[in-house]
Ligand binder design. Sequence first.
Ligand code: AKG
Length: 265
Amino acid sequence: MGRRILSDDEVERYHRDGWVTPDYRLPDELYTEFKTVIEDLIASNPGIRPEQLVGAHVAGDRSSGIKGKPRLLELAQSPDLLDMVEQLIGPDVIMWGSQVFSKKSGDGLAIPWHQDGQYWPIRPLASVTVWIAIDASTVENGCLRVVPGSHRNGLLKHEVSGAADVALDQGLAAGTFDETTAADVELQPGQVSLHHVNVVHGSNPNHSTKRRCAYAIRYMPATSLFDRAIPPVRLAGNQTIDYSERPIWLVRGRDQAGNDFVRGH
Ligand SMILES: O=C(O)CCC(=O)C(=O)O
């Protein structure tokens, strides 16, 4: 059992609201390392929108064409992060994905309202995202927005938007949730928020003069199966994600579901 970084109240809020911003900040050294590697990742992938750097921790990911940085995989195993994750999804933990969502100043795409469970090949569906603010994230520069409690209603209807100025092709259909109850997750650099696989979330475009960069790390309990038989998922434009060859890592505890930790490595 790891340390209890999250208070009982924070764990309870996560389960009640579908997300929590804990009273925690990455230690300076760890934050600086994340930031340095992510700046390098963005610079190494000039042809890819920085909101769509999927598989950021995987060197030369075959499905996305992104040149990732394996150092991010090591950083994603920092005890602080795993201790928080363990408090939310239990002691057996797989790190299976990550994405940089960097919205350039004046040109950062919106992320339509969605539930991650719509896209992810995990059965039974269970996952937590650790969303790390690399830059200050504010209403002005398009911070993450979440609809509290929306994870309790299961998966809602999504539809293909067809819009050109969004970083995800599918969004929640109109009328499936109440946007007026959404909360703005404003964070300082080095702060994190943790969100549930089914919580409704999204973010506005960045029309400000300040970049909004974040790194989202995906962890699942090793009691679920990462199902490689699921067909490739369309993200936006002509970018698709093929999960069949995605490498995954057991980062804590034991595998309980027959997961394949060889394929894709
Ligand atoms: O960073 C954002 O604005 C959206 C993040 C997101 O959709 C996610 O982490 O699942």
